[in-house]
Design a protein around this ligand. Structure first.
Ligand SMILES: C[S@@+](CC[C@H](N)C(=O)[O-])C[C@H]1O[C@@H](n2cnc3c(N)ncnc32)[C@H](O)[C@@H]1O
Length: 255
């Protein structure tokens, strides 16, 4: 399923928003949509909708799947600082590519992350960072093994694995069951995937499904354990009637 020999092989790719991402030889795809842009995608598909929905909480626990270049984590910190929020944030982020995290102190990130340089350096060196507002932990190893061991209750999941076709074990019904088990009862999940199979896997684990639209961005999915009035609701029972072929992905098909 995974190919550790290919893992170190990556090349830098410039996205249309002017930010850099990487192309992974192992997964044969870029870490971000080069069209939507690494920083733009992080902010618009994950950070902004999450903070809008969870705005009433003064402490948030975020599961960032998976760390990669850390854009989702760093964009979260950038957003909090820019909006002058006092929200305390604990980010847990599985990642099995330790070599990548170790190189991030030298990666050419956008100027928006300049003030985060000491944090980026600390994470790259120690895989951990903590101050009075932020705590960031990289959970080194396979996400399927580290997620069930998480003791914290999660408020927000950034579901940003490589695509279901190339990284299927991070999109199955059983994977989403593990995620559901560590979620608070008002948790939300953001993802770029709009595929019926992925939405079904979430729906079969108690998540309600919504469309998220942002400017200059393809639409994406927000899943929530509670009804959200502000987003466009998708009736999955109706979808199942209209698309009788649709099935959630299952572990047994990929192991
Ligand atoms: C699309 S990238 C994540 C991009 C990241 N969110 C960012 O903003 O830079 C997917 C990441 O998942 C990691 N990954 C894939 N399968 C994994 C697994 N089973 N356990 C841990 N990490 C995994 C890859 O090494 C890669 O860094």
């Amino acid at each position: 399923m995974y190919n550790e020999d290919l893992r170190p092989q990556k090349k830098v790719v410039l996205c249309e928003d002017g930010t850099n991402t990487l192309y992974s030889k192992e997964f044969d795809e870029p870490y971000h949509s080069t069209k939507d842009g690494a920083l733009h995608e992080s902010l618009e598909k994950h950070v902004k909708p999450s903070f809008r929905i969870q705005k009433n909480k003064d402490r948030l626990v975020i599961l960032d799947i998976c760390f990669g270049l850390g854009y989702n984590t760093f964009a979260t910190l950038h957003y909090i600082q820019k909006q002058k929020l006092t929200t305390k944030v604990h980010i847990l982020s599985p990642e099995f590519d330790e070599g990548l995290v170790r190189t991030l102190k030298d990666f050419d990130f956008p100027p928006e992350f300049d003030s985060l340089k000491p944090i980026i350096r600390a994470i790259s060196q120690d895989l951990f960072y903590e101050d009075t507002q932020f705590k960031i932990e990289i959970l080194l190893g396979d996400a399927r093994k580290s997620i069930p061991k998480i003791k914290e209750k999660i408020d927000i999941v950034y579901q940003d694995a490589f695509s279901p076709a190339h990284n299927p074990l991070l999109w199955t019904k059983e994977y989403f069951a593990d995620i559901r088990a560590i979620c608070n009862n008002d948790a939300i999940l953001t993802t770029y995937s709009t595929a019926a199979a992925i939405r079904l896997g979430l729906y079969e684990n108690d998540f309600l499904i919504f469309v998220h639209r942002a400017e200059m961005m393809r639409y994406s999915t927000v899943a929530s354990l509670l009804m959200l009035e502000e987003l466009e609701y998708i009736d999955m029972e109706l979808k199942k009637i209209r698309n009788t072929e649709a099935r959630s992905m299952r572990d047994e098909e990929y192991v």
